[in-house]
Design a protein around this ligand. Structure first.
Ligand code: CP
Length: 317
């Protein structure tokens, strides 16, 4: 890997390599063993132009577990507020000997644009761009599914809610199909489905009862109002009544189905607390796995050989 911008074009072997590398970092990520020196002497800059709790924190922890120096640029108090262009901000950060930018932006394509601007040798990791992609989120979701289900073959996965505005759903559908699940279903009202949904490689269902029948994995999504721009929407109450995941609806799925959500959760809108905090929920495992996946992606982007060497020896420092 040089940059990590999207899952498009990455085959099953590469996705599996990312998952295997992440597996080798689980113990370091959880601080059960010492940090590893793979990025010692490197500087990682977190450039978040949009709010984040999980992604930004786990990228920072992942970089620290890899022994990198980490700079979190606070966009709200940066010279962006004085009119400095993105290109000039990048030039100035590069002049501080930065090696990697982790980028979140409200515009689809922002990470690709930044990758086209920086000098060769600086790696760009997409931490979520508009409604386009959130590749590390999809990969931590795949790691969580593999941990709980042992693999991907034969799995039926339902993704429920606001597919239209979700960069996570697009990346998940791509990853699930590449890794060879049996079926991906999306369950949503027409108004929350993208027009190209059929071409994404999933079955569309507007009924929770038929869509959840016998599924092994349920991924709930929130209504992403920050990207809606005046779309016609059901009220939160109506949405919850039809699509909100309650224990009653969960009973339509396979009895051992796991429940996932990328966060942030809106309790009582897309999921009830009894499910989010219940025995089938793996939502906090997803958060934990964010550290190992981000360690894997950063180390592979900064020098695949070093990541592979770690994979072989499993030695920390
Ligand atoms: N899942 C996710 O991207 O969460 P944050 O917005 O908190 O980073």
């Amino acid at each position: 890997l040089r940059h990590f911008l999207t899952l498009d074009g990455l085959d099953r072997t590469m996705l599996t390599r990312i998952l295997d590398t992440a597996d080798s970092f689980i113990e370091v990520g959880a601080r059960r063993i010492k940090n590893v020196p793979l990025l010692r002497g490197s500087t990682v800059v977190n450039l978040f132009f949009e709010s984040s709790t999980r992604t930004r924190s786990t990228f920072e922890l992942a970089a620290k577990r890899l022994s990198a120096d980490v700079l979190n640029l606070d966009i709200g108090t940066s010279a962006t507020a004085k009119g400095e262009s993105l290109s000039d901000t990048l030039l100035n950060l590069e002049a501080m000997a930065s090696d990697m930018f982790v980028v979140r932006h409200s515009r689809s394509g922002a990470a690709h644009f930044i990758a086209s601007q920086v000098t060769p040798g600086v790696a760009i990791i997409n931490a979520g761009d508009g409604r386009h992609s959130h590749p590390t989120q999809a990969m931590l979701d795949m790691l969580t599914i593999r941990q709980h289900k042992g693999g991907f073959e034969g799995l039926k996965v339902a993704i429920v809610g606001d597919i239209l505005h979700s960069r996570v759903a697009r990346a998940q559908i791509r990853a699930l199909n590449t890794l060879g699940v049996e079926e991906v279903r999306v369950i949503a009202p027409d108004t929350l489905l993208p027009t190209d949904v059929e071409s994404l490689g999933c079955r569309v269902d507007d009924s929770m009862q038929s869509g959840l029948a016998d599924v092994d994995v349920i991924i709930m999504l929130r209504l992403q109002r920050e990207r809606m721009e005046g779309a016609l929407l059901p009220s939160e109450r109506e949405f919850y009544r039809v699509y909100g995941l309650s224990n009653e609806k969960l009973a339509w799925a396979h009895p051992e189905a796991i429940v996932m959500h990328p966060g942030p959760i809106n309790r009582g809108v897309e999921i009830e607390s009894a499910v989010a905090d219940g025995p089938q929920s793996v939502i906090l495992d997803q958060v934990t796995n964010g550290i190992a996946i981000r360690m894997a992606v950063m180390s592979m982007a900064m020098g695949g050989q070093r990541a592979t060497a770690w994979n072989r020896t499993g030695e920390g420092s």
